[in-house]
Design a protein around this ligand. Structure first.
Ligand SMILES: [Zn+2]
Ligand SMILES: [Zn+2]
Length: 297
């Protein structure tokens, strides 16, 4: 069984058939999904999805795109919201210099506040970082010096330096459908060097369907929004898992991991028996009060 630790089930793309989406995920072997918050002020919607399905959990946080809109929300409020029994992570927060929808200063302030929330609660931070490797490394190392915090670089598309420095801080690295793209060879090279027990997988649905399920860009562009959305729903979960599983089982170098401060869930298991369920579950289980409930699934 698999855990999709990063998807956005509250997005309108899924609204018309959320039940079917979740049941298709189950059919595809996804035991647990974590639906990720992008605006604390819309947390109620994310929470409602998590409350509706037994096997869906959620996070609380502000995406870097929206950082400037929610800097008035204090750390205490993030921590208070994270006490909800379905919250298993903080974020997503971080730095996105690709779009720069928020100023770098606002993003950095939000990022540091979410790191503080992760440190305080022990819940892993879902880090979104794009085209911002240097500043991400600087903030991670500066904050780590104040005290460790659990975190994952979600939908990793950064450079080798960022991946390796993050691993040194005990972070996890998560790969999405991007790893299957034709021009992602550099990313696959990095992924091969991430210890298997620090790898997580995600769909980031409704974004980032993997090869070979992306369809031709031309046909998608010419199709109506409705058709595009239904294509996305169709590829959701049924798709990303097989290619990722293949890549991970065949191409990854499994190395003993002696750098993580966290006890590996897979301790004692031979590397080849590490299932993606274990890998994903570790993130969900970390610091979550309902670890045992998840462990029985
Ligand atoms: Zn993201
Ligand atoms: Zn996301």
């Amino acid at each position: 069984m698999l855990v999709d630790h990063h998807c956005h089930l509250d997005f309108p793309d899924f609204a018309p058939e959320l039940d079917q989406v979740v049941s298709r995920a189950r059919d595809a072997g996804v035991a647990t999904l974590v639906t990720i918050s992008t605006r604390i002020r819309k947390f109620d919607e994310v929470k409602a999805v998590a409350e509706r399905f037994k096997d869906v959990y959620c996070s609380v946080g502000t995406h870097p795109h929206n950082a400037h809109e929610e800097l008035d929300i204090p750390l205490d409020e993030i921590i208070a919201l994270s006490k909800h029994p379905k919250v298993v992570a903080i974020g997503e927060a971080g730095l996105d210099y690709h779009y720069k929808n928020s100023t770098p200063a606002a993003q950095a302030e939000g990022f540091r506040r979410h790191i503080a929330a992760a440190r305080e609660t022990g819940l892993p931070l879902e880090i979104h970082t794009r085209d911002a490797d240097d500043d991400t490394i600087a903030i991670l190392e500066d904050e780590h010096a104040k005290g460790p915090f659990p975190a994952v670089l979600h939908c990793f598309t950064g450079g080798r330096e960022l991946a390796m420095r993050a691993l040194d801080l005990g972070l996890y690295v998560s790969f999405s459908g991007v790893i299957t793209f034709k021009n992602s060879e550099a990313l696959r090279e990095i992924a091969r060097d991430v210890p298997l027990d620090r790898v997580l997988v995600e769909t980031d649905a409704p974004f980032l369907a993997p090869i070979p399920f992306r369809g031709s860009e031309t046909s998608r562009r010419s199709s109506s929004g409705q058709r595009r959305r239904s294509l996305r729903r169709k590829v959701f979960h049924l798709t990303i898992l097989r290619p990722l599983r293949r890549i991970i089982s065949s191409g990854f170098t499994a190395r003993p991991n002696d750098r993580t401060p966290f006890r590996p869930l897979s301790a004692g298991l031979p590397q080849h028996e590490l299932s993606m369920h274990n890998i994903g579950l570790r993130l969900v289980g970390w610091g979550a009060a309902h670890w045992n409930e998840l462990g029985r699934m």
